[in-house]
Design a protein around this ligand. Structure first.
Ligand code: NAD
Length: 264
């Protein structure tokens, strides 16, 4: 694999980013567009307006864009999302399974309501599996050196007290990424994940942050207040590399982007 094995320059590579209406997904979609890829962005119906704006921003960068409504926890919707990307933009080269939730975070195992945790697992685990599955099928069909990238977390690299439900889901993304990387090696498709520390997005916005700065509340929960809070663009930089031809020798990895909270 290498730069020469990417599609000819006349064919634009196409990325699909889920959870792209805001936060890390939005920054990633814009970064991939800045890198020259055409980008399909997907999110829930409630985010339709924000998603349309992201698609407009991508077009403003001179790339094609498609805004798709899809709930990643629903298999028929993920399948349709991938099909719509291919029919609208011609192909699929890069899948970024970014959509995720942290419902009922900060609840200890003894107090856990399974229904609450299962909601998180439906999106973070089931949703990521489905995105990997249908992206891989499409990439194998196209016979291309595709890139599949998922959203893990520092919470996927070790357990945190009171964060079990979310930690389980992000450890599952790391494990899935390893298995899938081995399955897809024969096709020249790489599968990697990013493991952000605390990033300034809606997910980490808490009332306590207003007094101490973005991300402070979550960093307090995780007992990592000495580390900086990152920006969505800090994560998008890593995704940009993993999506590039230069990353052809990297697969099965979950890459920390966390100001040094965890070492591999
Ligand atoms: P965010 O809450 O700002 O954005 C997440 C997006 O995903 C939202 O637009 C939301 O509508 C969408 N989404 C939620 N459920 C969905 C579903 N079922 N189908 C489709 N879209 C859905 O979050 P973020 O901080 O940008 O996080 C992005 C990813 O990074 C998540 O997987 C998150 O777990 C992970 N992450 C975030 C941080 C952080 O500090 N912000 C740290 C580590 C990992």
């Amino acid at each position: 694999m290498g730069a020469t094995q990417q599609p000819p320059t006349t064919i634009n590579r196409v990325a699909l980013v889920t959870g792209a209406a805001q936060g890390i997904g939005r920054a990633t979609a814009l970064r991939l567009a800045a890198d020259g890829l055409d980008v399909a962005v997907a999110d829930l119906p409630v985010k339709a307006d924000a998603l349309t704006k992201v698609a407009e921003e991508i077009r403003g960068l001179g790339c094609k864009a498609l805004a798709l409504i899809a709930d990643v926890s629903k298999e028929d919707q993920v399948k349709a999302m991938v099909e719509a990307t291919v029919s609208g933009l011609g192909r699929l080269d890069v899948m970024v399974a970014n959509a995720g939730v942290a419902k009922a975070a900060a609840i200890g195992v003894m107090d856990a309501e399974m229904e609450d945790w299962e909601e998180t697992w439906d999106v973070n685990i089931r949703g990521t599996i489905l995105c990997y599955k249908y992206a891989a099928r499409q990439m194998v069909k196209q016979n291309i050196r595709g890139r599949i990238i998922g959203a893990s977390s520092i919470c996927g690299l070790r357990g945190y007290a009171g964060m079990g439900g979310y930690c389980i889901s992000k450890a599952a993304v790391r494990s899935l990424t390893q298995s899938m990387a081995l399955e897809l090696r024969q096709h020249g498709i790489t599968v990697n994940a990013y493991a952000p520390g605390v990033i300034e997005t809606n997910m980490t916005a808490m009332d306590v942050d207003k007094q101490h700065g973005p991300g402070f509340g979550v960093k307090s929960l995780l007992k990592v207040t000495e580390f900086r809070t990152g920006k969505p663009e800090d994560v998008a930089n890593i995704v940009s590399f993993l999506a590039s031809s230069d990353a052809h020798f990297v697969t099965g990895q979950t890459i920390s982007v966390d100001d040094g909270v965890h070492f591999a």
